[in-house]
Design a binder for this molecule. Sequence first.
Ligand SMILES: Cc1ncc(COP(=O)(O)O)c(C=O)c1O
Length: 405
Amino acid sequence: MSAYLNKLSTLGENLHGSEIRRLFATSMRPGIISFAGGMPDPGSFPAKKVAELLEKLLLDRGDLYLQYGPSSGTTEGIAAAINRMRRRDIITGADEVIMTSGSQQAIDLMTRIFIDPGDMILVEEPTFIGALGTFRNGKARIEGVPMDHNGIIPEELVNILANARKNGYRVKFMYLLPNFQNPTGLTMSVQRRERVLQIAEDYDFLIFEDDPYGELWFTGGLDGVRPIKSLDRNGRVIYTSSFSKIISPGIRLGWIAASSWLIERFDMGKQMLDVCTNPLMQAVAYELCIDGFLDAHIEKLRQIYSSRAQTMLDALTRFMPEGVSWTRPNGGFFIWVTLPEHIDALHMLDKALSHDVVYVIGSAFYAGSGNNNTLRISFCHESEEIIAEGIKRLGDAVKEYLVRN
Ligand SMILES: Cc1ncc(COP(=O)(O)O)c(C=O)c1O
């Protein structure tokens, strides 16, 4: 190792893995119930259908699908992304889309294309840990905007923008997860979406909207969860979404929708990163979209996740002591738990592990410090039976911890 130490770049030296990845090894321990990851239900992956499609695609056009593809995406991949966005009331042309290796790559491209060290990015407080890591690697100055149950608070946003202006900082964009947010499960109200878009116009910054859970609502349909991009008339919103949560994360397929001018920049950036997104998987996604399979599949996913969320909420009501509160998501994968103020979720983790249950500490999702009394639990991966048992264990851990602290 000493051979490498004085040779690493500043980025290489300062790289640190995410809190969730670190917990991954622990959560694989036999007997542990993990609410830490955000991994989709493996039993729902459409493996048989994908196997049939792969055989057909490879036998028919293996020459095409095993070849390099265009950096911005294949015709099929782009058509698949447009198909999903149309269901979200976003109308885009083929030249306004680039396919990416998951939306994590979209976050990376966005950082590379827009951020110089010291540029300011605004984020919801708390926000997606994978985006925070990427923005940090890009040496952005990250400022969190406080949220309530309807999303970020516009007055707080305006104060932060006014301060940034006074102190000479350039706010390049605000990263937003309006639907079933990771980590809180909260959804931004329609009024707030309109207001934030107006503020972005007034203060001249971009909105980077990340929407991987947007189709996974439990009740109510599209009303109330239309992306901000669907309201955008001036190209101010750069939108990303992904097939990870609605087909499978292993296929590594996401996309960005933006103006064609910007898509060209992303294309040039992507050429240097990984040349192109997997053409075979873009063809698979297209086939799943065009024959209605994916629409029916998503309907099944809504039922699975909605039922698991309800089981988790019922178990929380049953097993959590007084003084603990949590969010009630209407979609997505996550519930956000707030413990009594004096409890540190990091210290409590040892107690939870002794009960064979694991979560992610909430402070890992904040740009700044504090908020140590919060944690994120996910209902996406475990069966309902395991969820109920895991929350019982977590309730026991919290009660024991409270008695001693
Ligand atoms: C909010 C959010 N954005 C982006 C991603 C990255 O997803 P992928 O790269 O698999 O599309 C995730 C994954 O958990 C996420 O929760």
